[in-house]
Design a binder for this molecule. Structure first.
Ligand SMILES: [Zn+2]
Length: 195
């Protein structure tokens, strides 16, 4: 394993949860809002999914799921090109992501009054994690400097012990990615090197 990093997920145990953020076609190369090498997270996260299944811990998968004319879109006052439009091919999860049928899907970005970058924002996910007795949350997905950043910081705010799977995420820009990692580490997120 490169750099001496252990295989992903070896340390998973009861009380853990795995959260995969927005690994959708539009955030991968060829999509409407591509994250450079965004599809590179897929094989890494597939290993973590298998490890989570072996450990018997719950898996949560969020999706950006925007209506037409969403306020985050250029043309509706937002900063982004239209992306992850409900029911479109771009909103689909990456086809190579291997998920068991019982993962919990979390839908965000559906509001007309504001964007929801975080998988915790207005979704009730914190309540579900509490009900599932998850205390330690492992997070990967896209994009590191936008929705993963917001999600991870909200997870901390919800009182969770948060571990970022750094090999399982990519930033839109390297500079913003470095900044996000610094802010997360400072806030108390563990930056995990296992692949
Ligand atoms: Zn979005």
């Amino acid at each position: 394993m490169a750099g001496g990093a252990g295989a992903g997920g070896e340390e998973l145990r009861p009380g853990d949860g795995l959260l995969i953020v927005d690994v959708q076609r539009d955030f991968c190369p060829g999509g409407a809002l591509p994250v450079p090498e965004g599809d590179g997270v897929v094989p890494v996260l597939n290993r973590w999914v298998r490890a989570a299944q072996r450990a018997g811990i719950p898996i949560y998968v969020s999706r950006d799921w925007h209506p037409h004319r969403h306020p985050s879109f250029e043309g509706s006052g937002g900063p982004w090109p239209p992306h992850c439009i409900q029911g479109s091919p771009g909103a689909e999860l990456h086809p190579d992501l291997e998920l068991p049928p019982d993962v919990v899907h979390v839908v965000k970005g559906v509001r007309f009054d504001r964007d929801q970058l975080s998988a915790f924002d207005g979704t009730g996910l914190a309540s579900l994690l509490a009900r599932d007795a998850v205390r330690r949350l492992w997070v990967g997905g896209l994009a590191l400097d936008v929705c993963v950043r917001a999600t991870v910081l909200d997870a901390l705010g919800a009182g969770l012990d948060v571990h970022l799977i750094v090999a399982g995420t990519r930033p839109i820009t390297d500079a913003d990615g470095r900044e996000a990692l610094g802010i997360m580490a400072e806030a108390g997120v563990r930056i995990e090197e296992q692949e």
